[in-house]
Design a binder for this molecule. Structure first.
Ligand code: UD1
Ligand code: CA
Length: 450
């Protein structure tokens, strides 16, 4: 295998996006475009990819945690100029793979096909091409006698060229020395006054280098994003791909067109997902779960046979056979046990809840630790905040908290204890005790007459 270097172009402003954010930082299926491109190249070479940054360079660099090197293109004078900015990175030997940061659907398999085609056919440059019914916006592949001649950009096409449907995907493999030579000969005599990388192919052809086009049928892999409309389409393409993979692995999606799952999410078989469910980040969901409509789950671990209805769950863990919702809000750092119930209008934050505990309705549990087999009555509130600091509530196994109780933290309710409904508990409650902390009822007779 020849030495392979990778250059990813990500310096452009993305004018057509009309955004303050760099184009390559717009997200597709929950992840920045440039990070999708990096995923596709991470296993194909041991050389660090070189990313050409320019517009919003700091933001782009800050988003990338992989081991890469950055080159700054001070002025964005075109894709050829962008590669020229990285010339010091390009060795004299081996091959250079060039990709654009705005094609997030590209895959490792497709790149490998291009590299193989390049090697098998002993080419100096190989460009991946595709045929589109609507080629508008892409550079056209101009051929004569079925041999590559040049690439013409949309803005430079003649009427006749405009009809050509074979287009440049923007993914190339160059012989390194040929690339260097052609970059030195580029000019900007075109309608955009840019130094086009695409012109290097014609230059090399005229210098007797071997240029090849690899027609690919995985058109979606090369989908380029220049506008918000294309961003939305790419989102759809990627979500379809993710959803298909999940369905193939045994997950039921009632309506895959309206199910929004990020790429890194893992879901076990026989889990059923209703429409309008959003599952984000690195969430892992077990088997046999049912996730009903309007649920959003972000970075959670959900074990097997959990039911969730109309709820929001963030950065938390839910153990098996637990029921959540409808209308529950599980905030970060919560850890909920097996066979528990978190019912309607319950908010849980930074709280650990033991197995078989029930919080059926209208409660707030914050900064708390609950044991097993506890019943939390309707309207229970852990009073965890005094305006300055947060305090902890501990409720031990088999306790029964009556409805509408306030548990003023820091406070501990020991095992097997009872809290009378309507109590405001400010002191610890001993094991096996009943605490009543409310005014005694007085009935004033004949009040109506007065
Ligand atoms: C480019 C190709 C076109 C191809 C299409 C595929 C050229 C001249 N045209 O057109 O043939 O069909 O991609 O999607 O290459 N960039 C820089 N510095 C610059 C200019 C651009 O880094 O000075 C980066 C952009 O951030 C982007 C990529 O290069 O990631 C492509 O630039 P863009 O302006 O989107 O090119 P297209 O018009 O889409
Ligand atoms: Ca583009």
């Amino acid at each position: 295998m020849v030495d392979l270097q990778v250059i990813i172009l990500a310096a452009g402003e993305g004018t057509r996006m009309k955004s303050d954010t760099a184009k390559v930082l717009h997200k597709v299926a929950g992840k920045e475009m440039i990070l999708h491109v990096l995923d596709a190249v991470k296993n194909i070479t041991n050389n660090k990819p070189c990313i050409v940054v320019g517009h919003n360079a700091d933001d782009v660099c800050n988003k990338i945690n992989d081991d890469v090197c950055f080159v700054k293109q001070e002025e964005q004078l075109g894709t050829g100029h962008a590669v020229l900015s990285a010339i010091d990175y390009i060795k004299d030997e081996g091959n250079v793979l060039i990709l654009y940061g705005d094609t997030p659907l590209i895959t490792e398999e497709t790149i490998n096909l291009l590299l193989k085609y390049h090697d098998d056919n002993k080419l100096d440059v190989t460009v991946a091409t595709m045929i589109l019914d609507n080629p508008f916006g892409y550079g056209r592949i101009i051929k004569e006698d079925n041999k590559f001649k040049k690439i013409v950009e949309q803005k430079d096409t003649t009427e006749e060229e405009n009809l050509i449907k074979e287009v440049n995907t923007g993914i190339y493999c160059f012989n390194a020395s040929a690339l260097k030579l052609s970059l030195s000969k580029l000019n900007n005599n075109n309608n955009q006054n840019e130094y086009y990388l695409t012109d290097t192919l014609e230059i090399l052809l005229n210098n007797n280098y071997k240029i090849g086009t690899m027609l690919s049928y995985c058109c979606n892999d090369f989908y380029g994003i220049n506008s918000r409309e294309q961003l939305a389409h790419a989102e759809k393409l990627m979500r379809n791909k993710i959803n298909k993979k999940l369905m193939d692995s045994g997950v039921t999606l009632i309506d895959p067109e309206h199910t929004y799952i990020d790429q890194e999410v893992q879901i076990g078989k026989d889990t059923i997902i209703y429409p309008n469910v959003i599952i984000e980040g690195k969430t892992v969901i077990g088997k046999g779960c049912v996730l009903r409509s309007n649920t959003r789950i972000s970075n959670c671990i959900i074990k097997d046979y959990v039911n969730i209805d109309n709820s929001v769950l963030l950065d938390s863990k839910i153990d098996e056979k637990t029921n959540i919702g409808p209308f529950a809000y599980i905030r970060p750092n919560s850890d909920i046990g097996k066979n528990t119930k978190i019912g309607d209008f319950v908010e849980v934050k930074n709280t650990k809840i033991g197995n078989n505990t029930k919080v059926a309705h209208l409660s707030y549990l914050g900064d708390s630790e609950l044991g097993e087999n506890i019943n939390i009555g309707c309207g229970t509130v852990t009073v965890n905040y005094d305006g300055k600091n947060k305090f902890k509530t501990i409720i031990k196994d088999n306790s029964f908290i009556g409805c509408n109780s306030n548990l003023v933290a820091p406070v501990t309710i020991e095992e097997n204890s009872y809290i009378a409904a309507g109590s405001t508990i400010t002191e610890n409650v001993e094991k096996n005790a009943l605490a009543i902390a409310r005014a005694r009822q007085i009935n004033k007779l004949n009040w109506h007459k007065k």
